[in-house]
Structure formats: C-alpha cells, structure tokens
Design a protein around this ligand. Structure first.
Ligand SMILES: [Ca+2]
Length: 457
C-alpha cells in the first residue's frame, strides 16, 4: 500500500519540471519588437523558445579555417508558415558539432534556443538543432520595393535594382556591394558560401556588364546590420545563387501608325501636280517611362522620297519636331503629299511604301501610300518645261523665274500651307522661310502646273 501512494506523486513532479516544449510561430517572436527595435515580452531577449521551419540560403558564418565535416559555427535563416514576419536567423553559440551538410537549404529543422538580437537582426541562439526532413521546395519570394523590418529574414524579390559597387577583395566570411532600389541604398552582403563569392561583375551579370549595372532583379533574404539603437537602418540583402540575379531583356520601343490598312489613297494626281496632303499619326509603344513620351527631333532631310519599285516617283513626307505619346490616339502627325514627276512604266497606281530610317527608334510599320498618276495635260507640261527657276536650291531671298508669260504663283510648303504669293515676274522669298522643299503652283487663269523649289541657306 505504501508504494501505491508514491508512484502518482513521482509522476506529477516529473511533468511539472519538464513541460512538453511547444513550437512557437516565428512571426510571434519577430513581432515582439519595441519602438527602439529591441525584443520585448513575451519574447524578450533571453526567452527560451522552440521553433520549426525551413532553412533558406546558406550558412553565412562558415569558418574557412575549419575543415568541412568538422565542428563549425553557423548562421542561417529559417522561415515557417506563420503569417507576417515569419523568418528568423538561427545562430550557433560558438563552434558546435553540426556538420555543414546538415544545414542545407530546404531542410526542415526544429531549433531550441534563446531569443536575442545582433545589430538589429532578431535571432535565436541555438542550443539544439534537429533535422526533420530534407529537400523541401522554396516558397515564392515576396515582392518588395524596400528592405526594412518587415523584409528582415524574408525571401524577397527586388526589381529595378542598380548595383553601384562590387567587392574588389574576397577575404573573410563576407564582403559588401552597394545596391540602390528607388531612392534607397542598401548593402548586398555576399558571404563566403554564396555562389556570388569571388565572382566578377561579368560572372554574375553577364557578358559586357559594367558598373553601375541597372535594372537587375534580385531574389534574396533580408537582413540587418545596425550597430546602434533604435536599430532602424542598416538593412541588407543576402543573395546566395547566381540564378537569383537576373536582368530582364530590354524592351525595344516601337512606333506604330494609325494609317488606314488600305493605305492613303490620293486618287488621281496628274504628273507634275501636287496632291492635297493626307495625314496619319505615329504612336509610340513601350517607350521609356522617363518622360513617358518619345521626343522626336527631325534632322535633315525633312522630306522622304517615296518611290515605287525604286522608280523616280516623287512624293514627300513631312515630320514635325514633336513628342510621340506612349499610348492613345494623340501622336505625331505625318503629312504625306503625292507628287509624281515622271512617268511610271505601265503604272496606274498601286501601293507605295516608305520607311523612316531617320527616326529612332525606327518606324517598324511601313505605311502604304496609294495614288494614281494620270496622263499629263500637254499644255501645262509644255508651259512648265519653258519655266526655269534659279538659283535652285535658293540660298537667300532672291530668285529669278524665266517664263514665257507672267504667271500668278502660290508658294506652298510640304504640308500644303501657302507661305507666299507673287507674280513670276517679281518673285520674292521671305527671310523667315526654313530650309526645305517648296512647291510653286503657277497659274495663268486657265492652266496650272507645279515646279519644285528647294531653299538651302
Ligand atoms: Ca531588426
């Protein structure tokens, strides 16, 4: 009877001093931070905890002087499935008997230890590490635009990163590069077990890469190294795989037009006559976001010859200095005039295309221009052949027109706008006319014809 009373008592004492340990969600520990960045209750520095999660990245604290497979120090990130700040750093208390092979990314482990922080980096100083499983898949990285407390010990993806510096020496357990994301500059921490260790800029970013390397996408683990309270700066990124550093292919801007698919149809145009101008718009696509519009500056020549099958079939296309919008229907007006100046062998119209190599980026959609050249009026052609303008190109305000009779003359620019009017016996050019091609439309009241005049001052 005496023994029966003692047995339950002994069992009760055993349970009291050795309570079954409970796994704590990592986010609970990481959220226990006060305004100065220090750990507070119920997970203040020194609290014993048990966590379970998956290893991300590499051991950041490998001591190169210690051979693999023997005792090592360790520092790595573990992330669990809790909501919020669900990653934390696990650190050894010193050199312990855990071989690096047991600390591989993808291992699920259980860690017992005490909560602490090191330069603002919340961590668990481990007293034991148990491996539960291996080969677990990595979570999808969280897209981030900054690295701050929420990103600490999280797997994040940063886009639009500029790498401004790169380590020149590779000694110790890690080296730093500088990266900028938006207006913020951070440290890219490359530790000795990272694939980036002892690699050149070209090794990591590709052939031809040079500092600064722009528009880089990086996947890595947020970290912190801030040696002063309130521990709100010094955020870092740890990248461990070269495949986690990518540069998206450049988007090549394009210019399209809203010209009708059937082309610009000028109808019937007599040889040596000039049609009314038609217009279409150039519309930008995938243009640089800076400024949103592509500024098109037209250099010489301001005219583009249009020909059919390389025959001498002259027309002009005019561009104006302007901005091409990134989207929408507003854009740069292009003026097209149709002015055949020679017979086309057997041609009675057809599709005429042009390209615009002077624009950058190149207009990638040819625009069909359709027109029909009709038989010339013999009287007009005969009169036109007797009229000579010189000098042509004109280099000032003075020209002379030799003609068998007096004509009234309307001077049109390439957009069809009348810029002057005079008699052929007393031509005079304004000083304000820019260089380029003009059309002089002659008329004696019954017959009209057109002669071309270049101004080249
Ligand atoms: Ca922190």
């Amino acid at each position: 009877m005496y023994l029966i009373q003692v047995q339950p008592f002994q069992t009760q004492v055993f349970l009291y001093v050795n309570p079954a340990p409970t796994v704590v969600p990592i986010a609970n520990i990481r959220n226990a931070i006060d305004g100065n960045g220090a750990q507070v209750a119920p997970y203040a520095t020194g609290t014993n905890v048990l966590i379970q999660g998956q290893i991300y990245g590499v051991n950041r604290n490998i001591d190169a002087t210690v051979a693999n497979g023997t005792k090592q120090k360790f520092e790595f990130t573990v992330i669990d499935n809790s909501t919020g700040r669900n990653g934390i750093v696990i650190r050894s208390t010193g050199t312990v008997d855990i071989a690096p092979v047991d600390l591989l990314e993808g291992n699920n482990i259980t860690v017992a230890g005490t909560v602490s922080q090191f330069n603002g980096l919340t961590q668990i100083t481990a007293t034991s590490v148990t491996r539960n499983s291996t080969g677990n898949a990595r979570k999808t990285p969280v897209n981030a635009t900054v690295i701050a407390e929420n990103e600490e010990s999280q797997l994040i993806r940063l886009t639009g990163v500029t790498v401004t510096t790169w380590p020149s020496t590779w000694t110790g357990s890690g080296q730093n590069a500088n990266i900028t994301v938006g207006a913020n500059t951070y440290t890219l921490r490359i530790t000795s077990a990272s694939e980036l260790w002892n690699k050149t800029v070209v090794d990591v970013f590709g052939s031809g890469a040079a500092l600064p390397v722009n528009n880089v996408t990086m996947v890595g683990l947020g970290g912190q190294f801030d040696n002063a309270s309130p521990f709100d700066s010094g955020y870092q990124l740890f990248v461990t795989k070269i495949s986690d550093v990518t540069i998206p292919p450049p988007i090549i801007p394009a210019i399209s037009t809203n010209a009708p698919s059937t082309g610009l149809d000028f109808g019937s145009v007599t040889k040596n006559e000039v049609s009314a101008s038609q217009t279409y718009k150039l519309i930008g696509k995938d243009l640089p976001t800076t400024g949103s519009n592509l500024n098109v500056v037209v250099t010489t020549p301001n005219n583009f010859q249009v020909s059919k099958n390389n025959t001498d079939f002259f027309s002009t296309i005019s561009f104006t200095n302007a901005e091409i919008n990134n989207a929408g229907t507003t854009g740069l007006d292009v003026y097209v005039r149709f002015a055949p100046t020679s017979d086309i062998d057997g041609a009675k119209g057809g599709d005429i295309t042009h390209a615009v190599p002077a624009l950058v980026p190149t207009l990638n959609t040819n625009v069909a221009v359709k027109g029909i050249q009709v038989a010339p009026l013999s009287i007009a052609e005969e009169l036109a052949s007797q009229v000579n303008i010189y000098p042509n190109p004109a280099n000032g305000t003075t020209i002379k027109i030799d003609a068998p009779q007096n004509f009234s003359v309307e001077m049109l620019d390439i957009t069809g706008r009348k810029v002057a009017e005079f008699n052929s016996s007393a031509p005079k050019l304004s000083e304000n006319l820019p260089n380029g091609l003009y059309f002089l439309q002659f008329s004696n009241g019954t017959t009209k014809f057109v002669k071309r005049l270049m101004i080249q001052k």
